[in-house]
Design a protein around this ligand. Sequence first.
Ligand SMILES: NC(=O)c1ccc[n+]([C@@H]2O[C@H](COP(=O)([O-])OP(=O)(O)OC[C@H]3O[C@@H](n4cnc5c(N)ncnc54)[C@H](OP(=O)(O)O)[C@@H]3O)[C@@H](O)[C@H]2O)c1
Length: 272
Amino acid sequence: MRPPVDNGVVLLTGASSGIGAAMAMGLAGQARVLVIVARRQARLEALAEALADARAEIMVLPCDLTDEDATEAMVSAVEAAHGPVDVLINNAGLGDIGLFSASSWEKNRRMIDVNITALLFLTHRVLPGMVERGRGGILNVSSGFGLTWMPIFSAYVATKHFVSSFSESLRTELSGSGVVVTQLCPGPVATEFEQVAGNPTDQRIPDFLQISAEHCARSALRGFMRGRAVVVPGLMAFIAISLGRLTPSWVLRLLYAPVGRMFRRQGGSGES
Ligand SMILES: NC(=O)c1ccc[n+]([C@@H]2O[C@H](COP(=O)([O-])OP(=O)(O)OC[C@H]3O[C@@H](n4cnc5c(N)ncnc54)[C@H](OP(=O)(O)O)[C@@H]3O)[C@@H](O)[C@H]2O)c1
């Protein structure tokens, strides 16, 4: 079953950079209305300008998704201007890298607010209408960390496990309703993610493991349009995530045990 992107009203969060901005490029050629949401208004306006010749009418709605009233007002503004949302893409998110014991509570709170609460709130807000109309689509951006786990990303991993379990359960629950739920589980993608997450080490992700935001967005939209349950873009990420899922937990515990010790020894930086 295909989600109603063609000629539909599509609401995309986290469109000001990275995977979201790249997805906007693909969606603008298909949708009737593409609503682009993030906090950085200037970025959204520049994107809208770049998409001015595309098929879709672009609606720029700056919104801080940690603010529930503002998020509600944003959805109401879309409905008032263009009618109900046909497709919701919950892409906005952030991570945190480092020892949880040394992490900032404010950042943890923000991660939960954006990665979990806003995603759940938006889905809860638009889903009843989709079910009533018997058509709709929800693409939730989880992560390879939604399917596996790793130290130094503990709270982020937990938020993405929420997204993956929620998406899988909801997809099954909506079977036969006309609403498609797909989750995107990328490995490393070259975006502003690492900068926002604050990598405390001088270790960089090897190029062969990392894909571009455009590659990720193309695979995501292709899988979503085919009604796939889970999309893992890129062969290397697919292999790494599959290995992580197939490896027994006790082996992963043994392999990962030195990582936390190393970070604590180095005062949280992980640098030797
Ligand atoms: N890059 C990776 O390696 C990777 C891997 C797996 C999964 N992911 C997931 O992919 C998604 C997109 O991330 P990305 O890699 O494209 O990173 P990114 O370039 O940092 O983009 C994150 C987007 O989320 C938006 N956002 C963050 N906080 C927000 C808030 N409070 N309100 C509204 N929007 C907010 C940002 O916009 P503003 O700052 O303008 O608000 C930005 O548009 C995230 O869910 C991330 O967890 C990324």
